[in-house]
Design a protein around this ligand. Structure first.
Ligand SMILES: Cc1cc2nc3c(=O)[nH]c(=O)nc-3n(C[C@H](O)[C@H](O)[C@H](O)COP(=O)(O)OP(=O)(O)OC[C@H]3O[C@@H](n4cnc5c(N)ncnc54)[C@H](O)[C@@H]3O)c2cc1C
Length: 400
């Protein structure tokens, strides 16, 4: 029997899931509401890829590390055009004491730490043209990717049919098949469906409880100059990318639940200010420009910074079950053949490819121990279970 699946949303979450499923024999129909793929958060001219660790959240750091190692290794294997990505290092500018503590924490986790990261020192600053007073960490395998080129490459597969201008309005199960209806009343049917539509996930009745905050983000760029700017991605409060597609790209500002689509001068100014510590000369150059281009898009963030990746409950069954019945992971009322992948926050290009790989393994019923751990961590129903004091059950949906 042909395995077919509908995927809603053609950003990095939907495109990478389509890719992994197509490679394992699925016929994928990828439905995108806009007139092209990678038009939302995944449509910026550059995405920085580096592991952003927390000082006191070991589980998050484990997830970050797994995602980063998977995604950078996988991208290198994809045979993308060499102008569309580079993993020659990424710098995270941090307070000196914070960087020092993080370095000590990571020593316990990362076996070959020397090849993974270095604490910033004068020779690193000089080598990469960063201003002299910065402190922080250099991640040797970090870098950047052209998001649109990546998404295009992923869906260029004979098993993937991409259909644009299809804004899905409803999802219903009719005669054992999922039936999706668009705002133009067009219908699509398949046995399985995956919802990868970022901050719009709550718009569907089945997933309306999955709360995300939409953060408006603005990036800016100027045409390439002869200035010797940092030669690798450098992240402070904002980031400055090395020259890509003859542009110096920098940003981003973030504002929660702000839906202004136009470029805002005040945000451009904030983006310029955020590169001051990275490169004074470039900062001064940007200040002098009369007009500066940019792009606005949104990212979906969850309250606990963990994405929603996995299955959701059948709401009717869930309402009927008592707390003590839900206390056993085996009794949880999962909705069959419906999957979600959303809430990747500011690290979508590190997290989403890895999560899509794991989700494809779930759909293929081929989970490793590590996949199960990841799905326990990203369980989309964690908030509903937590509310019923079943936080432990939420992280034990798969036995490991
Ligand atoms: C300004 C900015 C800068 C960023 N910089 C970085 C960075 O440097 N590095 C990094 O890793 N991450 C970065 N991020 C975050 C990253 O862009 C996101 O995490 C990532 O793009 C999320 O991918 P996604 O596929 O979940 O969502 P999206 O890329 O937003 O894709 C969702 C898609 O679903 C479609 N859709 C929505 N509803 C429907 C519907 N009903 N029917 C059909 N289609 C629908 C949308 O049109 C959209 O194309 C940045 C985000 C912003 C906003």
């Amino acid at each position: 029997m042909q395995k077919n699946i509908l995927i809603i949303g053609a950003g990095i979450a939907g495109c990478s899931l389509a890719h992994f499923l197509a490679n394992t024999g699925w016929a994928v129909t990828l439905l995108e509401g806009q007139d092209n793929i990678a038009q939302g958060g995944s449509g910026n001219p550059v995405a920085a890829i580096y592991p952003k660790f927390m000082l006191n959240d070991q589980a998050y750091n484990d997830f970050m590390l797994k995602s980063f190692i998977f995604t950078t290794g996988w991208i290198k294997e994809l045979k993308l055009d060499k102008n569309d990505y580079k993993f020659n290092g990424a710098i995270e500018i941090l307070d000196q004491e914070y960087a020092h503590k993080l370095d000590i924490n990571l020593s316990k986790k990362i076996l070959d730490k020397k090849t993974f990261l270095s604490v910033m020192n004068p020779s690193i600053l000089k080598k990469y043209n960063i201003d002299k007073n910065a402190s922080g960490l250099l991640f040797h395998q970090g870098g950047w990717i052209n998001p649109i080129a990546l998404c295009r490459h992923l869906v260029n597969h004979s098993n993937i049919k991409t259909v644009t201008n299809q804004k899905v309005k409803s999802i219903e199960k009719l005669n054992l098949e999922w039936t999706l209806e668009t705002d133009m009343k067009k219908k699509f049917m398949a046995h399985q469906v995956a919802i990868c539509n970022a901050e719009y996930i709550h718009k569907f009745e089945l997933t309306q409880h999955l709360h995300t905050d939409a953060f408006r983000g603005q990036i800016n760029w100027v045409n390439q100059t002869s200035l010797e700017v940092p030669s690798i991605v450098s992240c402070d409060e904002g980031y400055l990318a090395p020259p890509i597609q003859k542009k110096h790209i920098f940003g981003a500002t973030y504002a929660m639940n702000d839906f202004e689509e136009d470029i805002r001068l005040s945000d451009t100014r904030k983006n310029i200010a955020s590169i001051k510590e990275i490169h004074q000369e470039f900062y001064k150059y940007c200040l002098k420009q009369e007009s500066i281009d940019g792009r606005v898009s949104w990212r979906a963030s969850t309250k606990d910074r963990k994405p929603y990746v996995g299955r959701v409950f059948n709401n009717d069954l869930f309402k009927k079950l008592r707390v003590r019945e839900l206390a056993h992971a085996d009794n949880l009322p999962w909705l069959e053949h419906l999957y979600v992948s959303s809430g990747f926050g500011s690290r979508g290009f590190t997290f989403a490819p890895y999560c899509s790989f794991v989700l494809a393994n779930l759909i293929n019923e081929n989970l490793s121990r590590e996949d199960k751990e990841t799905l326990n961590y990203t369980n989309p129903e964690r908030y509903r279970l937590k509310k019923m004091s079943l936080k432990k059950v939420a992280s034990q949906i798969f036995q490991v």
